[in-house]
Design a protein around this ligand. Structure first.
Ligand code: DP6
Length: 322
């Protein structure tokens, strides 16, 4: 019996960057994201009681056990939670540039949690599903829902999950994902966020988060494009400042990352409203309005002719394909 779920990835507008519990992926701060239509993962989970091993296929390629530990261990963990034990097969197709800064782990673990729950007929609410996805990757908790989503940090495993803010926003907001480097990220998020805690500014980052979460909720409630963009850019800058000031400091930025940032500044000076945000990688996501996306794309291509640019809008929450 095979069950397939589709989850879209999300971009954090107010970032999760710090954990209070690594095993449970409990965050030190709440985060707010936008689910994206252009990037998603389809995952089938099949129960195989007669098989003698667990099998994982990614993009039609069998992944050897040593390279699929994160996924296999995650499923064993879910099985243990529900008192289940049998072999399984996972087939996952990623429509996300893997590890290139648009968290593919978000859509991957959200789709896996949902297909697992469906295959075992677990009676899970969406909030429970968000908790299960969180155990695979923190940002996956938000990919259960569409539109604008808030992952409320909570206090423990039971109350740390995402909730929808607005699943079908009417706001004119789109995103250009600028892939300046397609290589896998040099430093996994889990490692980066741990190092970042060594920054003397980390306590300020935590304090800022509370303010910015409240401000972002307000900006979303008022369909305030500029408010959302300014806050997202400010929050991303703060996250990357924490990285630079860790002991020792580090950065995900590459020279082309800076070129895109400078272009966004320049475009704003010319009166074209746009803002950037950057996750744990060198790639930049530009937030803009529909009427401006073409001109921004043309200007990007002039400065960086080799970059790949993907256009995205609001995406939906979890869907089931069978
Ligand atoms: C910068 O969710 O990938 O994208 O919980 O260790 O799997 P783990 O981390 P992950 O971190 C995402 C970090 C981020 C910001 C965000 O998405 O909120």
């Amino acid at each position: 019996m095979k069950k397939t779920a589709r989850a879209h990835t999300n971009i954090a507008l107010i970032k999760y960057w710090g954990k209070s519990d690594e095993m449970l992926h409990l965050p030190l701060m709440s985060s707010i994201s936008m689910t994206l239509d252009a990037f998603y993962t389809d995952t089938s989970f099949e129960r195989c009681p007669k098989a003698n091993e667990d099998i994982f296929f990614l993009n039609d390629q069998r992944i050897e056990i040593s390279k699929s530990q994160r996924v296999i261990t995650y499923v064993h963990r879910l099985q243990n939670m529900f008192g289940l034990k049998e072999h399984f097969r996972i087939d996952s197709t990623n429509h996300v540039p893997t590890s290139a800064g648009l968290a593919s782990s978000a859509s991957a673990f959200a789709a896996l949690a949902a297909s697992f729950a469906k295959a075992y007929h677990l009676d899970c609410s969406l909030n429970e599903l968000s908790r299960l996805a969180r155990l695979g990757s923190g940002s996956a908790s938000r990919s259960i829902f569409g539109g604008f989503v808030e992952w409320q940090k909570g206090h423990d495993n039971m109350d740390s999950f995402a909730i929808p803010i607005n699943e079908a926003p009417k706001l004119d907001l789109c995103l250009l994902a600028v892939e300046v480097d397609a290589a896998p990220k040099k430093l996994a998020s889990s490692v980066g966020m741990k190092k970042a805690q060594g920054s003397p500014f980390f306590p300020i980052w935590l304090k800022q988060n509370e303010t910015e979460i409240a401000q972002m909720r307000t900006a979303i409630a008022h369909d305030d494009f500029d408010g959302i963009g300014k806050l997202a850019e400010q929050n991303a800058n703060e996250m990357h400042a924490i990285n630079l000031t860790a002991r020792p400091g580090f950065t995900y930025f590459e020279p082309d990352t800076i070129k895109v940032i400078q272009l966004v500044h320049q475009l704003r000076e010319e009166g074209i409203d746009c803002y950037y945000t950057i996750d744990a990688g060198p790639n930049v996501k530009i937030l803009c309005q529909l009427r401006n996306h073409q001109i921004i794309q043309e200007r990007l291509q002039k400065v960086l002719s080799h970059v790949k640019i993907v256009f995205a809008q609001f995406g939906p929450g979890i869907t089931y394909l069978d």
